[in-house]
Design a protein. Structure first.
Length: 608
């Protein structure tokens, strides 16, 4: 295990170093993040636009009035996309406030795409984006965590096309869903450096006028069926949806159905199923075609995993069998690139180490994670709780911003079998007065019902940690009790009297609500601070002091996990956290991904 850890860490470090050298201009880097951004929705004809772009701070907000989107003059700086300007890998690495920025680059369209529609895609841009192609307005988007695209064919030239992007990111506006991004210039406590601008990949692709715009793949293991729903742009009258599935390159089933006014749906039946789980992450390849007559208008490749989650008798079930959740809180930050995974190797390393130390899942915290991370969670076998980045203040503008972006996040990630739960709100962020405010309580319940209306296949938690309403599929508790005996005594009564949940700084239920009979999961605990090596930050922080030795760290950790596992009231837990982040040193690994103890020793604790 140690040799595996060292090899993976070296690969990740080399990948980061190569990009960092290129970003500073010393050596021309290879294309950063060159892999296809969306393996769950992939066309064969595509081209990455990652790499070096022109860049400009616009602190005086002159760009619009001076019509920068129409001028030929280059911008004065250079930035490496998809890394935000606050990161080292961007080549800029400034953390001061710059709320308006511009990007510019030229691109050519392959000659083989002649006669097809060209789509320009952005994985995520924080926060308000406006895009021009050859001086013509192409698309705008509000939301820092979800994708958007535009058909830019009508504005293209044979060569030398110019795309310009203006981005506005109000750094101190706390009605914007921002997660852990701090509204002050210096990060502290549980809040980290901000992300502004393009922070996920940009790419173009070719498609026909009649093409797929969305895809939903829903397995039903009890019926041995898979339902595929698709929406098509510019559909001809006789359009059909054709879907084929393969397992390990061998065809297993195919179905074809006529499309109607409400879209395209077809159902595939399997003679034999190989289910998906963290222990056996079986994935089926899926090919989806839009067909009319003998013509194939569009082909998209995707994949699916056959799995089911539900609750019975206070337990969580996976694939109709009881399953104990051993999750870790994963903030999804990296030292060189903040919210953006620096490389494929870095993603794989984090997931491999998550499993190597004994966890079977991760709660992605206050972040809508990069689709490539979710792809590797699907492929390598890791349960995931998908969580939205929250705002802090409750206003009508907040509600509009949050609800729109949350729906986009659920739609983007619906097809990932690794995701088993949706968490729109954490610890009453965005609804600070939900204990007694009926409007904020209605907001929580509406988010639960909205999410369930979009996805009936996963758990939905209304407000992770405390102040639940009765609209939640799991009763989740946060408790940073310092020792195992303290934690054991506090919840010893929970099986016999589940309606009496202890108060942990905040009430477990909002006023007028109580326990609804769902399984209990301790979704934040531990947070044991242990410094590996010398102090790195003057403001380094832990939840309850810093343990002086590795032995003290492991003994306290073992006591806490033992107290949870010996209490049958708990259906699982989520330990805080996978890695240190900036000044926060609560990880089982350092910020640069060095394990704080032998992975086998950690696995012995978390696997008990």
């Amino acid at each position: 295990m140690r040799s595996l850890t060292i090899r993976l860490l070296m690969r990740w470090s080399l990948a980061v170093a190569a990009l960092a050298i290129g970003a500073t201009g010393a050596t021309q880097p290879a294309m950063p993040r060159a892999e296809h951004p969306r393996p769950d929705f992939m066309r064969t004809e595509w081209r990455s636009l990652n790499g070096t772009w022109e860049f400009e701070f616009d602190d005086q907000d002159r760009g619009l009035s001076e019509r920068w989107f129409r001028r030929d003059q280059p911008l004065s700086q250079r930035i490496v996309v998809p890394y935000a300007f606050q990161t080292k890998l961007s080549g800029i690495g400034q953390t001061a406030f710059h709320d308006i920025v511009w990007y510019r680059r030229t691109f050519d369209v392959p000659a083989a795409w002649q006669g097809k529609r060209v789509l320009l895609n952005f994985g995520a841009v924080d926060y308000l984006a406006s895009v021009w192609v050859n001086g013509e307005y192409a698309v705008g988007h509000r939301g820092g965590h979800t994708p958007f695209a535009a058909d830019v064919t009508n504005w293209l030239k044979p060569t030398g096309n110019v795309v310009m992007v203006r981005i506005e990111d109000p750094s101190t506006d706390r009605t914007i869903p921002r997660g852990k991004q701090y509204w002050k210039e210096q990060s502290e406590s549980i809040f980290y450096t901000r992300t502004t601008g393009i922070w996920q990949p940009v790419w173009i692709e070719a498609a026909q006028a009649a093409r797929l715009t969305s895809l939903r793949i829903t397995p039903d293991i009890d019926r041995a069926q898979v339902t595929v729903q698709a929406v098509a742009a510019n559909p001809p009258a006789d359009l059909r949806l054709r879907v084929g599935m393969k397992l390990r390159d061998q065809p297993v089933t195919q179905s074809e159905s006529t499309c109607g006014t409400r879209g395209c749906t077809t159902v595939l039946t399997l003679d034999r199923q190989e289910l998906w789980s963290p222990e056996r992450p079986n994935l089926y390849d899926v090919t989806v075609e839009l067909v009319s007559g003998n013509q194939v208008h569009d082909t998209v490749t995707s994949y699916t995993g056959l799995r089911k989650v539900d609750v019975r008798g206070g337990r969580v079930y996976l694939n109709n069998a009881p399953y104990y959740l051993r999750l870790v809180l994963d903030q999804g930050y990296w030292p060189e690139s903040l919210l953006t995974p620096p490389s494929e190797e870095a993603i794989q390393y984090d997931i491999k180490m998550t499993k190597a130390v004994g966890f079977n899942g991760a709660r992605k915290h206050q972040k809508v994670e990069d689709p490539r991370w979710l792809y590797w969670a699907d492929k390598m076998g890791l349960l995931v709780w998908g969580e939205m980045a929250n705002a802090y203040f409750f206003t009508p503008e907040y509600v509009s911003r949050f609800v729109g972006e949350w729906q986009e996040a659920v739609a983007r990630d619906y097809n990932h079998p690794s995701i088993i739960a949706w968490v729109p709100i954490n610890e009453s962020w965005g609804v600070p007065d939900v204990l007694t405010d009926s409007a904020q309580q209605e907001h929580l319940q509406s988010l639960y019902r909205l999410t369930r209306s979009l996805d009936r296949t996963r758990f939905v938690i209304d407000n992770d940690g405390w102040e639940h309403t009765d609209a939640t599929d799991l009763t989740t508790i946060h408790d940073y009790a310092r020792t195992g005996p303290e934690l054991a005594e506090k919840y010893a009564h929970l099986t016999a009297d589940p309606h009496r949940v202890p108060r942990n700084g905040r009430e477990a239920f909002a006023s007028g609500f109580g326990y609804n009979g769902t399984p209990f999961v301790l979704t934040e605990f531990g947070g044991i601070a242990f410094r590996l090596g010398a102090a790195r930050a003057t403001n380094e922080w832990g939840y309850s002091g810093i343990e002086p030795t590795q032995q003290a760290f492991l003994e306290r950790l073992n006591g806490l996990v033992k107290a949870i596992r010996e209490n049958r009231a708990w259906a699982g837990y989520c330990y805080t956290q996978l890695t240190d982040v900036e000044q926060e040193i609560n990880g089982v690994m350092t910020f640069d991904r060095k394990p704080k103890a032998d992975p086998d020793a950690l696995k012995k604790i978390f696997g008990q």
